[in-house]
Design a protein around this ligand. Structure first.
Ligand code: G6P
Ligand code: MG
Length: 217
C-alpha cells in the first residue's frame, strides 16, 4: 500500500537547532536578554515570529512593528550565514537509509516543516530530490501544533491523512500529527515525546521491518 511519510526538517533530518541557538542567542544578548539552551529547547518547532515573541516576553520587552521586523530579519541573516556552510555531512544518522528504503517501496515522501529556509537547507544537504512534496513555513497560515502543515503535505501527496506517518522531534509537531489523525513517530527523548505513537532515539533505531509494518498496516 502507498503510505505518506512526512518528515519534519530541523531536528529530524538535520541538527539545525545549534544554528538557531547561535542566532537567537546573539539577537537576545544584543537586546539585553539572556538566552540559554533550555530556552532554545522551547523554540523547537516554533515559527520565527512566535520564537521572537517568546524571547521578548522572557526579557519583558515590548517593541514596535518596525523594530520587531528588523530583529526578525537580523536573526535570519545570521542563521543563513551558518546554513551557508552546511553540506551532506550534517544529515543525521540513517536518514538516507530510511529515505532510500521508502523510495524503493514507492512510498510518498513529503517534508512538513515550520521553517521558511527548508528548501535552501534541503538543497545544501543534497536531499531535495527525495521529496515529492515540500510544505514549509511559506505554505501555512497556522503553525504546529495546528495540523495544517501535515494536512497540506498529505494533500500534496494525494494520500489520506490516516494513511500518513509523521517523523517529529518537537512536542508541538507530535501534537500536530496526532491532531491530523496521522501516526506520530517521535525522534528524540521518550519522556519529552510521550504523546507520540512511537518514539526512537534516532533513525538508527528504526528497522526496515518496522517500516514494512507501517506500510502494511
Ligand atoms: C523549525 C525549528 C524552529 C524554527 C522554525 C522556523 O520548526 O525547529 O526552531 O524557529 O523552524 O524556522 P525559520 O528557518 O523559518 O526561521
Ligand atoms: Mg523539528
Amino acid at each position: 500500500k502507498r503510505k505518506g511519510f512526512i518528515f519534519d526538517l530541523d531536528g529530524v533530518i538535520v541538527d539545525t537547532a545549534k544554528y538557531h541557538f547561535l542566532a537567537w542567542q546573539k539577537l537576545a544578548n544584543s537586546i539585553g536578554v539572556e538566552f540559554t539552551h533550555e530556552q532554545n529547547e522551547q523554540l523547537k518547532g516554533v515559527s520565527r515570529v512566535k520564537s521572537l515573541e517568546k524571547i521578548l516576553s522572557w526579557g519583558n520587552i515590548t517593541l514596535d512593528n518596525e523594530e520587531f521586523t528588523g530583529l526578525m530579519a537580523k536573526k535570519n541573516e545570521d542563521y543563513l550565514l551558518h546554513i551557508e556552510k552546511m553540506d551532506a555531512s550534517e544529515i543525521l544518522p540513517d536518514v538516507p537509509r530510511v529515505l532510500e528504503l521508502l523510495e524503493k517501496q514507492k512510498q510518498g515522501i513529503a517534508l512538513g516543516s515550520a521553517s521558511k529556509n527548508a528548501e535552501v537547507i534541503l538543497q545544501k544537504v543534497h536531499l531535495i530530490q527525495k521529496f515529492s512534496a515540500i510544505i514549509d513555513g511559506n505554505g501555512v497560515t497556522k503553525g504546529k501544533p495546528d495540523p495544517e502543515v501535515f494536512l497540506n503535505a498529505a494533500k500534496a501527496l494525494s494520500i489520506a491523512p490516516e494513511n500518513c506517518i509523521v517523523f517529529e522531534d518537537a512536542t508541538a509537531g507530535i501534537k500536530a500529527a496526532n491532531a491530523a489523525n496521522m501516526i506520530s513517530i517521535g525522534i528524540g527523548d521518550a519522556s519529552v515525546l510521550h504523546e507520540a505513537d512511537y518514539v526512537f532515539k534516532d533513525f538508527t533505531e528504526i528497522s526496515s521491518d518496522f517500516i514494512q509494518e507501517l506500510i502494511k498496516k
